[in-house]
Design a protein around this ligand. Structure first.
Ligand code: CA
Ligand code: CA
Length: 194
């Protein structure tokens, strides 16, 4: 534990960060080591190109979009605290643990995960997944295995099934409803940090 404590002591407001994200001290230390190894120039910040070193992310069909989520606030660098907060979305939810209702929604709750997944698709951030956006994500996921025609029919079918108000786009509510029975942790098992 000695080295765990010495690493933790280097991170400002680490207690608050753990409370907010639910990561254990051992997790935080592992993430810190990971962050340090990606931060080759030791600036304390990562840029989008630093994420290219994460192989599993590079091989993930929506890897670019996940990297984009780290920089969604319009900034071109991410510090350790923001890095950890984004990664907390990938932590499995603790369904059995009673939650204090006065606390804000934890980032790894089902609804937070759905919001995170939704913004990976909603490229122009207008709050709706359009047919073109869906097609773009599908294309990057299924490259080479299917024809453009098949892709278009998958996109049309997906929209038809989810689009309750018939505006040819998927709102967050529609997205949430269509994924109601799907295990989102399984869907989002992007274990590039393990
Ligand atoms: Ca959109
Ligand atoms: Ca709709």
């Amino acid at each position: 534990m000695g080295s765990t404590n010495s690493t933790l002591s280097k991170i400002p407001n680490v207690e608050e960060l753990m409370r907010e994200t639910g990561f254990s001290p051992a997790h935080i230390v592992r993430l810190y080591d990971r962050f340090e190894s990606l931060d080759k120039e030791k600036t304390g910040h990562l840029r989008p190109e630093d994420f290219g070193a994460i192989n599993r992310l590079a091989m993930n069909p929506i890897g670019d979009r996940i990297i984009g989520a780290f920089f969604s606030s319009g900034q071109d660098t991410v510090d350790f605290h923001s890095f950890v907060r984004i990664l907390a979305h990938f932590r499995p939810a603790e369904n059995n643990r009673p939650r204090d209702p006065s606390l804000p929604e934890p980032v790894n709750s089902r609804i937070s995960k759905l919001k995170f997944a939704f913004q990976l698709y909603d490229l122009d951030k207008d709050g709706k997944i359009s047919r073109a956006e869906l097609l773009q994500v599908l294309r990057s996921m299924m490259e080479m295995q299917v024809t453009e025609e098949q892709l278009e029919s998958i996109a049309d079918r997906t929209i038809q099934e989810a689009d309750l108000d018939r505006d040819d786009a998927i709102s967050f509510e529609e997205f949430r409803k269509s994924l109601e029975k799907v295990n989102i942790d399984h869907k989002m098992s992007i274990r590039f940090l393990r």
